[in-house]
Write a protein that binds this ligand. Sequence first.
Ligand code: SF4
Length: 256
Amino acid sequence: MANSKPAPKAAAKPSSAKTGAKSGSKKTAAKKPAPQKPRARRPKYSKAEVFEIFKRFQAALPEPEGELHYVNAYTMLVAVVLSAQATDVGVNKATIPLFKVADSPEKMLALGEDRVRDAIKSIGLYRNKAKNVIALSSALIETFGGAVPQTREELETLPGVGRKTANVVLNIAFGQPTIAVDTHLFRFGNRVGLAPGKTPLEVELALEKIVPEEFMLHAHHWLILHGRYVCKARKPDCDKCVIFDLCKSPEKIVAV
Ligand code: SF4
């Protein structure tokens, strides 16, 4: 019987894909992932406290309404697209006359980009916004038969429409319990610690988890209005706040 030597085992080769080290380069210790910064600890709100917070918002303003002018789902969509980095008051000034002549995608297309641009030139980024209004009107006709779609995924396919815009339209035009996180709501969620998050999406998802179902439809309105007019960026009006005693924000201003 032949004395067959076992074939020498191939030397284990460090996988450059795994280590990231190039062949022939000095062996370096695998990089450890950078330690994650500990999350700022914030006081938590109990279920009962969250319920009480929204109960008070509801009692103060049972039927909150957005401040953008619109006459139907299409004009709501256009108004929200125009409101990016602009005030609602400024947008309304332009859209009140615009929607009198163009309250449907067909009429907006008939008006044409030049006249739309002219109608909204008092609004920031108006050139780009006019392009988007025309492009989204065209897409609505081509893809959705001229109607505004009622899902976030479909809305987000339209030019100039992101998640926040889609959430506003779904909530206001179609009564869906979505939460659109704008700059005021983002600040409020983090400042008060009710829904902390590094991005608007994190704040939105945090709120979806904690807002009691019966308050979901109006939650984003209450929070946006509260952030805009009471829990303001520079100096919150804590003395006028309906949730003062419940608020656990370190920025809360306690009168002395
Ligand atoms: S008490 Fe002050 S900081 Fe807290 S939610 Fe009210 S306005 Fe904002």
